[in-house]
Design a protein around this ligand. Structure first.
Ligand code: SF4
Length: 339
């Protein structure tokens, strides 16, 4: 697929359809082709992963390129790009095949940071895979079991001010303690893009994590209501080390939790001065309880309002029409929710 022989123009076009952050795979592919003497163009389309956003198909003229490589993350964007005048077109990204991997010789290339000149982050994975197999998550299928993936040096760019780690379950790694120490030594601002696994926090990991110059809020996952006891226990370790509201939890709703459990998790986090970010499972959009999920997400996902108002106050303020107010209140009353 990515061979570099028999190319006349020595020019390729990379198309980033919908990455919200610089596309790491494309940066590695770019390095590989530049190393082989190619000129590389990037077309960034900035499509969104939400189905209610308007999307028009795009046609790319490929006449000057030997190859066009298109990367899409979201399935709904997978057929959005049409290429004309080039027969060597490749589609990649999780939208096309979650198991698709870069060839080993490209996977471990140093990323081409020139591809995204506005980017401030060294980006990469220290570990890949996960120790768990949550039913709602594609990572076990995509990445398999947890292992060390690369050294920090493999993607670290000393001239950039921040480091963004894309690891899916960093705290599960036996090396997490030594890696946290290594990250601290860089003196860069650090963030983990995915929610860290709060259930795996130990006093030592918590201390090291809290000592990083962290970029934004610490983000953890609180996907399952049944984890409330371990979350509560680990908050006793964690909260004294950080400021109030410096911690955010992703809260998955609409998968197999009840509305009461969803609301309880949000209120529990608020009581503990943590932010909640509601992640709506796709089930929510076809559910009869959709108005409730929309309200819950709107309350939680606006930190200023979440901190200031109760859910009840929020609903009253949000719904100026009686019809919409009653839609949510009907669900709340039916489910006997305490708001
Ligand atoms: S712990 Fe996180 S990454 Fe691992 S399977 Fe569950 S949701 Fe996915």
């Amino acid at each position: 697929m990515l061979n570099t022989k028999n190319c006349k123009n020595k020019k390729i076009c990379l198309v980033d359809v919908d990455s919200s952050i610089p596309n790491l795979a494309l940066m590695k592919i770019s390095s590989y082709f530049k190393k082989n003497g190619f000129e590389v163009d990037l077309k960034k389309l900035n499509y969104s992963g939400y189905d209610h956003h308007k999307r028009e198909k795009v046609t790319i003229d490929g006449s000057e390129y030997d190859k066009v490589l298109i990367s899409s993350i979201f399935t709904l964007n997978k057929d959005i790009v049409k290429v004309e005048n080039c027969s060597n077109v490749h589609y990649g990204g999780t939208a096309h095949d979650i198991k698709l991997k870069l060839p080993e010789k490209i996977e471990h290339m140093y990323p081409d940071y020139e591809l995204y000149p506005e980017n401030e982050y060294s980006i990469g994975y220290l570990t890949r895979g996960c120790i768990r197999k949550c039913e709602y998550c594609f990572i076990p299928e995509k990445e398999g079991s947890l292992r060390i993936h690369s050294s920090l040096a493999e993607f670290y760019n000393p001239s950039l001010p921040k480091i963004m780690l894309l690891d899916n379950n960093f705290l599960a790694s036996k090396k997490s303690i030594s890696l946290l120490k290594e990250l601290k030594k860089t003196d860069k601002k650090i963030s983990f893009k995915q929610g860290l696994d709060f259930r795996l926090l130990t006093p030592e990991k918590a201390k090291l994590l809290s000592e990083l110059d962290y970029d934004g809020e610490y983000i953890f996952a609180f996907d399952r209501p049944q984890d409330i006891k371990i979350i509560e226990k680990n908050l006793e370790i964690w909260q004294p080390l950080v400021k109030d509201w410096q911690t955010k939890f992703f809260v998955l709703v609409g998968f197999d939790s009840t509305l009461e459990q969803d609301l309880d998790r949000a209120m529990f986090l608020k009581e503990n001065k943590c932010l909640a970010y509601v992640m709506r499972h796709s089930n929510c959009y076809d559910s009869k309880d959709r108005p409730f999920y929309t309200d819950l997400a709107s309350w939680c996902n606006q930190p200023g309002l979440f901190k200031k108002m109760s859910f009840k106050e929020f609903i009253k303020k949000r719904h100026t029409t009686k019809k919409r107010y009653n839609q949510t209140m009907k669900i709340i009353k039916k489910d006997k929710l305490v708001i």
